[in-house]
Ligand binder design. Structure first.
Ligand SMILES: Nc1nc2c(ncn2[C@@H]2O[C@H](COP(=O)(O)OP(=O)(O)OP(=O)(O)O)[C@@H](O)[C@H]2O)c(=O)[nH]1
Ligand SMILES: [Mg+2]
Length: 353
């Protein structure tokens, strides 16, 4: 099962307490303060890794904590800093944090190795050496370590996809993806062969474009029929959608209307995405009247219908080139988009003995 959404809690380490102590030496009865500072608490980072494919490993562990800082010691000894905790997540994950019940996007992990601090460790408290003044030579004050941040995090995979292939079962989505990219998803003559999104990269010599095949959509997908439309969330980033139709279908126009309706119902914003339509299995069709009618109707809306054969690999070059141009014109390519680093800065807490 492909897990693409989890909620976890992360807790950064609390800073170590500062120490209140005094030098005690044989011939120095009032040796002055010598309590050291506490170490800082470990931070929690999220780091994108291509080694992870989904969020399944998070299903068994929901709480993640970095190490606390060690307390300050005598002789002005600084406490040990707590180790940072680095949580690996798949490339393509968007991290949201919950603030007053609302989910706020904090970071979008698009490149392998991208690292973002999600919870900051508390500062170590100051030891009593810091509180001595000319008139206050034996301070008993010290600071407690600052509490590490505790953050509710929601991780959601939204793949770095430029082009999303959407179609009914058996329309040839996997065959198309295999024909144009290095991906080799299983293609077979039964419904719902593909149960998870499959990505493939298409290199046109100048740029790399990421295409992804979504599990099939059927009428009622949004209401839980078939595998469901929940995978469509992976297309949040896609600049272009390709509606893949089976040209041998008796109701090609209704098929397209159904796909578009399901997508729109899933997310109104998707309805605004640029798209093309491709009629597949042209090697098998005999009567093309319905297809011609649909082509004309779409042309009025400025949408192109491509006639292709994924198996025969005909018409694919034109389709791919047009779609790539649309992605480039949209100006956002997933393979080139780094995300900004987010850092939290909590305020220190003072306390007196
Ligand atoms: N004649 C013909 N058959 C095709 C073509 N493309 C795919 N097929 C066949 O159609 C069947 C389904 O192909 P898939 O690529 O598995 O279709 P899919 O849309 O990925 O199917 P699901 O993952 O189940 O939704 C397979 O038997 C393919 O061999 C084509 O261009 N022409
Ligand atoms: Mg498939």
């Amino acid at each position: 099962m492909f897990v693409d959404n989890v909620e976890i809690v992360v807790k950064a380490g609390t800073g170590g307490n500062g120490l209140a102590s005094f030098r005690r030496e044989k011939f120095l009865p009032f040796g002055g303060p010598d309590g050291g500072d506490g170490g800082r608490g470990g931070n929690v980072f999220l780091e994108a890794s291509i080694d992870l494919k989904d969020l399944a490993s998070f299903k068994h562990k929901l709480f993640y904590k970095a190490e606390n800082g060690g307390p300050g010691g005598k002789n002005k000894m600084h406490g040990l800093n707590g180790s940072d905790l680095c949580i690996k997540i798949p490339v393509g994950t968007i991290a949201y944090v919950r603030k007053n019940g609302e989910l706020v996007q904090k970071a979008d992990f698009r490149i392998n190795g991208q690292r973002v601090m999600i919870a900051k460790g508390g500062r170590g408290g100051k030891g009593n050496v810091h509180f001595a003044t000319a008139t206050h030579k034996a301070p008993r004050e010290f600071q407690s370590g600052e509490e590490g941040e505790r953050i509710d995090v929601e991780l959601q995979i939204s793949l770095p996809v430029d082009v999303g292939i959407i179609g009914m079962p058996n329309s040839g989505k996997s065959t198309l993806l295999s024909a144009i990219s290095g991906a080799k998803p299983k293609a077979a003559d039964y419904f719902f062969t593909t149960q998870e999104p499959v990505m493939g990269t298409v290199d046109d010599g100048r740029n790399r474009y990421v295409w992804a095949e979504m599990p099939a959509i059927i009428e009622g997908s949004r209401k839980g029929k078939g595998i469901g439309s929940r995978f469509l969330r992976h297309l949040s980033r896609a600049a272009v959608l390709v509606y893949l139709l089976d040209a041998t279908s008796q109701q090609i126009e209704e098929d397209l209307a159904c796909l578009k309706e399901e997508v729109k119902e899933f997310n109104q914003e998707f309805a605004g995405k640029k798209y093309v339509v491709a009629a597949n299995k042209m090697d098998e069709t005999v009567d093309n009247t319905a297809l011609s009618n649909l082509t004309e109707k779409l042309a009025v809306e400025g949408v192109r219908l491509f006639q292709v054969s994924a198996i025969g690999e005909s018409g694919l070059k034109d389709l791919v080139a047009t779609v790539h141009k649309m992605v480039t014109d949209a100006g956002v390519m997933q393979s080139e988009e780094p995300a900004p680093e987010i850092i939290f800065r909590p305020r220190p807490v003072d306390r007196q003995a």
